[in-house]
Design a binder for this molecule. Structure first.
Ligand code: 0RA
Length: 652
């Protein structure tokens, strides 16, 4: 190739590179899900996924993450380092190729369990494209290489900037998220730390250190026991009665790891992962696990005569899952992800792989630990008896037609439009607020369901008690989508279920109780994104005729500052007594203090209101919060409430 044509080729391939990165910058959500908080934090996960891949290959055992003073993030690993030799096709450093060409981010070799599908595995080039600047340093072959970029475009060629010990290899990436792309660019330590903890549980050989130079926080995650410790962490607030069962095996290049234990809780909590991705919607690996669990325990119970011959009870899958906490982690070479959120494993061969490994090894475990086997079967028998009692209770309730949507509860003020797409229901605490909401609403598409005070804590009640509870029956009837295993979100009579409670401690407790009920008995309502939390204002600020609402303390202060109030003077006095004349702040203690019109203006008008959408993205965090707040063990609850003393806000 002459120098001239080489240059031409270089230019041509460069134009393609920039076009590729431009596509990412034009439609960032296509690559990282969204451009809000979630997408922002996804950038870090994307880089870390590559470091984890190095760990899966056995090349890396440590990852250091820091949120830097300037707001950028650095991820350092001790893997092989991104290759720097000239790429045969692109004719430039492989490092530049990995950093600037879409989908070139993964390993060149196909022999690793590359994370792909879902939102993961889009490659570090996407992070590069969405960063105002990025700097990569590679330690490889005794040398340090470096390249910097601006919105994805290299500032210079790859440079050699120093020497290191030949054994010191790895990659260091520092990037500043682009504020032209993201709505928010401040990284939150807690969000990153939660994912890093999960990764450390799932990959027992790795140590992940994370620090926040701005908020001065740090954590170090390393769990020798891996998913065994994960299960124990999930069950921290539950009372268990046997040692954690651990199963490990591999078939057809598919490693399978399962850990589980039973507690005295009534619900189950099974977290499944494929290539470290939380498969919220489950899939073939989960089916394989459930099938093996039911079959193996049933065979064991029969073989050891643990089910009495004269007992009319047959144990079902549900009985073997009551009180079960489990983590299933599989590594699949070419995973197919399906479902609404692309978090359901489709590969059908994985079902029989998991089923045979769990079936075989669980049977061995039970042979070796007969006393544990006996205790578990006894617990499942009690579950079966309670289920039978619940069925009777449910039949009774059904006969009374309370669950029948033809007989809507008297307290419900329904809307006139019937198309669920366009309808919403406000579940409102208390009759007085319910009254205001009824008058203030747009009755065409807004229904109001007032409920009385504290509903039952379903975490501590058997299903038959749950079904006897008046407030709960009312909600089941109003939503019209059934309950428990029979729940079908597509039958829901409303597209949005909005919880509206007072902005005080009682209000947040009631909200938690309602959410717990949804989480345990109408989970699909949450996973399909139908549940919202209304955000009523905390303050009304009056200046002469002007009336404005503030939804939090910061907003109140901003408004006061705009009105020319010297905030410092007000705060030092800790009351409103030295507010300038004509300015008046009132704090809303309850929804009932607002008249219907104010409630509409501030909280219910779809044009102007803000609401929090409840989602289950982090099953880990959600279950932990519910269990911590609602479970039996007091100490973790106190610790949680102390840490989040300001609001126990359940933004799951
Ligand atoms: C491409 C190929 C190889 C490793 C990597 C990329 C790699 C990327 C990142 C991103 C952060 N840390 C990373 N570590 C490695 C394979 C290297 C080889 O075959 O030697």
């Amino acid at each position: 190739m002459t120098k001239e044509t080489a240059q031409k080729n270089y230019t041509a391939s460069n134009i393609n590179v920039l076009k590729g990165l431009e596509a990412v910058r034009k439609r960032p959500a296509m690559y990282i899900g969204d451009i809000g908080q979630r997408g922002l934090h996804h950038l870090v996960n994307e880089v870390v996924d590559n470091s984890i891949d190095e760990a899966l290959g056995g090349y890396n055992d440590k990852i250091d993450i820091s949120i830097n003073k300037d707001g950028s993030v650095t991820v350092i690993d001790y893997g092989r380092g991104i290759p720097v030799d000239i790429h045969p096709v692109e004719k430039k450093s492989a490092l530049e190729v990995v950093m600037t060409i879409l989908h070139a981010g993964g390993k060149f070799d196909k022999s690793s369990y590359k994370v792909s599908g879902g939102l993961h595995g889009v490659g570090v080039s996407v992070v590069n494209a969405l960063s105002e600047w990025l700097k990569v340093e590679v330690r490889r072959g005794g040398k340090i290489y470096m390249q910097e970029y601006e919105r994805g475009a290299p500032r210079h060629e790859v440079k050699e900037i120093g020497k290191v010990n030949k054994n010191d290899t790895g990659t260091k990436i520092t990037f500043m998220p682009d504020n032209q792309i993201f709505k928010v660019t401040k990284f939150k330590f807690d969000i990153l730390a939660e994912r890093m903890r999960e990764l450390a549980f799932l990959n027992k050989n790795i140590t992940i250190n994370i620090k926040d130079e701005i908020e001065e926080e740090s954590e170090s995650f390393h769990y020798k026991g891996g998913i065994i410790e994960f299960v124990q962490y999930l069950d921290e607030a539950r009372t268990t009665f046997h040692k954690t069962v651990y199963i490990e095996g591999e078939k057809d290049d598919t490693p399978v790891e399962v850990a589980f234990e039973y507690s005295d809780a009534y619900s189950d909590n099974i977290c499944s992962y494929v290539n470290n991705i939380n498969t919220i919607e489950g899939g073939s690996h989960l089916v394989g696990f459930k099938t093996a669990l039911t079959r193996t325990f049933n065979n064991y119970a029969i073989k050891n005569k643990l089910i009495k011959d004269n007992s009319k009870i047959t144990l079902t899958g549900d009985d073997f899952r009551e009180g079960l906490t489990a983590v299933i982690s599989v590594k699949v070479m070419e995973p197919q992800f399906e479902g609404q959120t692309k978090t359901k494993l489709g590969n059908s061969e994985v079902k029989s792989i998991v089923e045979s490994i769990v079936g075989e090894k669980l049977a061995d475990f039970l042979e070796e630990n007969p006393s544990i086997g006996k205790k578990i079967i006894e617990k499942c028998m009690r579950a079966a008896e309670a289920r039978e009692a619940a069925r009777k209770a449910r039949d009774l309730v059904r006969r009374k037609s309370a669950l029948d949507s033809m007989h809507l509860p008297g307290k419900l003020a329904d809307c006139s439009i019937k198309d669920p797409e366009h309808c919403e229901i406000y579940v409102v605490e208390g009759d007085s607020a319910g009254g205001s909401a009824k008058m203030g609403r747009d009755r065409r598409f807004q229904a109001i369901l007032p409920i009385k005070g504290k509903i039952l804590n379903v975490e501590k009640a058997k299903i038959n008690k749950v079904l006897e509870n008046t407030e709960i029956k009312t909600m089941i009837a109003a939503f019209g989508a059934g309950i428990g295993a029979e729940f079908d979100a597509s039958k829901a009579r409303y597209g949005k279920v909005i919880i509206m409670t007072d902005a005080d401690v009682d209000g947040s407790h009631i909200r938690t109780l309602i959410l717990t009920f949804f989480y345990r008995y109408m989970k699909e309502l949450i996973t399909t994104g139908k549940v919202y939390i209304a955000q009523p204002p905390l303050y009304k600020i009056k200046k002469g005729k002007e009336e404005v609402y503030a939804y939090d303390d910061e907003e109140r202060d901003r408004i006061l500052a705009r009105m020319g109030v010297n905030l410092k003077a007000v705060k030092e006095n800790e009351d409103d007594s030295n507010l300038p004349k004509g300015i008046n702040i009132s704090r809303y203690k309850g929804l009932g203090e607002m008249n219907p019109e104010q409630l509409w203006d501030t909280t219910m008008n779809p044009e102007t209101r803000t609401m929090l959408q409840v989602n289950l993205e982090s099953a880990l965090a959600a279950d932990k919060i519910f269990e911590t707040l609602m479970g039996d063990v007091v100490e973790p609850r106190r610790a949680f409430i102390e840490k989040h003393a300001k609001y126990a806000n359940i933004d799951v």
